[in-house]
Design a protein around this ligand. Structure first.
Ligand SMILES: [Zn+2]
Length: 296
């Protein structure tokens, strides 16, 4: 798709790009031309031209207008990922910390070949969600996770609430199998799989943001949603929480009294509730190797 290049289309001017290079030779801002073009549906096509270091031109399609800044951040990080030696080519899967250093999950995406027939955009590589096809369009799980990574840096609970709600609107997560997350080691928790499939951190952070605003009843509703989506994780987390904390507050009291089986019966879609996972063992054990099985 051809497009005009205007000051609106370009992320930064040529002068600003050269200035970026001067101050930081490794900064992806300075080494590619970034374009943002409105699509027919009102969404954005965000792509780059001629990044250095032998990397391909990358693109996102279907980006909602309010995700424009996030799309650029993700693209810079994925270019940096390629700069660090990871393959960025059609049909490659990529996995890494793409949003914020403190995030407790890795993000995953897949790269696909595109069929733009104009010479300026021929051979562009589209970033889509993990294992999805080129025509799957906007990588909603990648962006939902990106928002959640930034929530950790936000102090205002009202702003946190808004970010969590935006993340859940983009990707509400699936109801996972009953044992999903049952093998977590709470002190070293890696939420990669549960974040990817259930957007778990959005439910938990939203609950905390609501508690912090004195809206505990609403917050408990989202904790119940988290439990219903990831029952195995809920069993393991509850076991850890009640062993580690003696304090009494509304959050701990909720977990102490939570009937996980009943919550699953109330909130899970019909025919998805199986037997409860086995209770976690108290004895210390080595964490299991993370598997790549990510269905749904
Ligand atoms: Zn372009």
């Amino acid at each position: 798709m051809r497009h005009h290049v205007t000051s609106e289309t370009r992320l930064v001017s040529t002068g600003a790009r050269l200035l970026r290079r001067f101050f930081d030779l490794e900064d992806p801002h300075g080494w590619a031309e970034y374009h943002c073009v409105e699509e027919a549906a009102g969404t954005l096509w965000i792509h780059c031209h001629s990044p250095r270091w032998g990397l391909p031109n990358l693109e996102f399609v279907g980006v909602p207008a309010d995700m424009r800044g996030y799309a650029h951040q993700l693209m810079f990080e994925i270019i940096a990922h390629g700069r660090a030696g990871h393959a960025l080519a059609p049909d490659c899967d990529i996995e890494g910390i793409f949003s914020a250093p403190l995030q407790n999950f890795r993000q995953m995406a897949t790269l696909r070949r595109t069929d733009h027939d104009d010479p300026d955009h021929f051979g562009m590589v589209r970033i889509v969600d993990w294992t999805q096809s080129a025509d799957s369009g906007f990588p909603r799980r990648l962006f939902a996770a990106h928002i959640m990574a930034w929530v950790e840096y936000t102090e205002d609970p009202a702003q946190k609430e808004a970010m969590c709600r935006r993340s859940l609107a983009i990707f509400p997560g699936y109801f996972l199998d009953m044992a999903a997350g049952a093998d977590i080691v709470p002190r070293k928790v890696d939420l990669t799989d549960l974040q990817f499939r259930a957007n778990l951190s959005a439910y938990l952070s939203l609950a905390h943001a609501l508690f912090d605003q004195g809206r505990g009843k609403e917050g408990i509703g989202y904790l119940r949603q988290a439990i219903a989506r990831c029952p195995g994780w809920a069993c393991a987390y509850r076991h850890h929480l009640l062993n580690a904390y003696r304090a009494r507050d509304r959050y701990i009291d909720f977990w102490r009294e939570a009937d996980i089986e009943r919550i699953c019966g109330d909130l899970r879609p019909a025919n998805t509730t199986g037997p409860m996972p086995a209770p976690p063992r108290t004895a210390k054990r080595k964490p299991k190797a993370r598997t790549r099985k990510r269905s749904a």
